[in-house]
Ligand binder design. Structure first.
Ligand SMILES: *Cc1c(COP(=O)(O)O)cnc(C)c1O
Length: 408
């Protein structure tokens, strides 16, 4: 299963004709189509080389420059950079004073990092089911999940589709809850014209290789004020505070979460392309809708994402296979797509059904919408350097496979 950052490092074998095909059947080999691919320009590669030659390769001037550019992007809010998106959420929870005895509300349909960080700080994740339309946390279910122990909500903008920020913050304000936005997938998305990251409480972004912009690995946290930013710096590096040339103090335990200048230079080369990357993604998402609208699998009612061309950055294009109408399992659909030279992904299996979480008491049936999506969701290729012909090939291949395996 290609779920999550680690296993997403998909091998990209060249599409080759299998040995039992005759020469007459053999198609000209099309290049293997990954489901995503980072776009790194030559200027960035040159810039990285310069950093490597500069004599300063770990956290230094490039990280500062990257943080300043990110802050500019997010309307001047304080931003600090880290070596992952995951640690930024853990640090936000710690800054908010959340730990043992506290509960944090989140979605079961996300990368497992989202709920693991809640366990990491010693708090308890409280899942609420998704809205099957948006595939995000169902805001109608949040208030029923709030208890006296609730301290925060971690909403996730799955596939770049933002959670309704107006309703979210109205609930948070009413119940005096902190919000740690898991915006790992939604850089470049907006809510009612305002950029995600420029509004709200804590906002966490990831720059993992598969995200819309990357630092190879990395992340950043948007904070509310300089006091929080100073704490974030301490949590980022062993709790250390330096003063003058020789002063050092440690007041609490921090981790080892600093970004390198090499990685920051990659990020600096990505930021100028954010808008054009998003534009390309939107173009291909639109084409997916057009082609699926005319595709012969319409009677199967393949589940499509909300057609949001105002807010979403189209981090992913995900369909939901209609399991009741098919005689083929998702894993076999993926295998057949792979055999046809097309990678697909699963983002994500429902978290509460992982062994770790079952052992904490969750079970099948707890969150039916998330479970259905977790079993049937399929991420199709979408990235800025693919072509319109690639999109057509994906739709055609998937259509052929599903048509051949319809229940009669
Ligand atoms: C990528 C991702 C993360 C974690 O980011 P890393 O940089 O890999 O630590 C967290 N949540 C979601 C929804 C993600 O997609």
């Amino acid at each position: 299963m290609k779920a999550g950052p680690i296993t997403c490092l998909a091998i990209n074998p060249e599409f080759s004709v299998s040995s039992n095909q005759t020469a007459a059947q053999a198609q000209p080999a099309l290049p293997f189509l990954p489901f995503t691919r980072p776009t790194i320009d030559d200027e960035t590669i040159t810039g990285v080389t310069e950093v490597l030659r500069s004599g300063w390769i770990t956290s230094g001037p490039k990280v500062k420059e990257f943080e300043a550019k990110l802050s500019e992007l997010f309307s001047g809010r304080p931003v600090r950079a880290f070596n992952s998106g995951t640690c930024t959420m853990e640090i936000a929870l710690r800054i908010a004073g959340i730990g043992p005895g506290h509960e944090v509300i989140t979605t079961p349909l996300t990368w497992v990092a989202t709920s693991n960080v809640i366990l990491d700080v010693g708090a308890k994740p409280v899942f609420v089911d998704i809205d099957p339309r948006t595939r995000n946390l169902d805001l109608d279910r949040i208030e029923a999940a709030i208890t006296p122990a609730t301290r925060a909500i971690i909403p996730v903008d799955l596939a770049g589709q933002p959670v309704d920020r107006d309703r979210l913050y109205a609930i948070a304000k009413k119940h005096n809850l902190r919000v740690v936005e898991d915006a790992a997938q939604s850089i470049g998305s907006t809510w009612n014209g305002k950029r995600i990251g420029s509004i709200g409480d804590f906002v966490s972004f990831s720059f993992h290789s598969n995200k819309n912009i990357t630092t190879t690995e990395g992340g950043c946290l948007v904070l509310n004020n300089e006091a929080e930013a100073k704490l974030a710096e301490q949590y980022r590096l062993q709790g250390v505070v330096r003063t003058g040339f020789d002063g050092m103090e440690v007041e609490f335990v921090g981790g080892k979460f600093n970004l390198t200048d090499v990685a920051a230079r990659v990020g600096l080369g990505q930021l100028p392309h954010l808008e054009s990357f998003t534009t390309k993604r939107r173009e291909f998402a639109r084409l997916y809708f057009e082609l699926f609208d005319t595709a012969a699998i319409r009677p199967l009612s393949l589940g499509l994402p909300p057609a949001d061309f105002a807010n979403s950055n189209w981090h992913m294009f995900q369909v939901i296979l209609p399991e009741a109408k098919l005689t083929i399992k998702r894993t076999d659909v993926m295998a057949q797509m792979h055999a046809a030279g097309i990678a697909t992904g699963v983002h994500y299996p429902a978290i509460h059904l992982f062994k770790l979480y079952r052992n904490l008491g969750w079970k099948e049936g707890d969150f039916p919408h998330a479970e259905y999506a977790g079993r049937n969701i399929l991420t199709l290729p979408l990235f800025p350097t693919m072509t319109r012909a690639d999109v057509a090939r994906v739709v055609q291949t998937l259509t052929t496979i599903l048509q051949a395996h319809q229940k009669s």
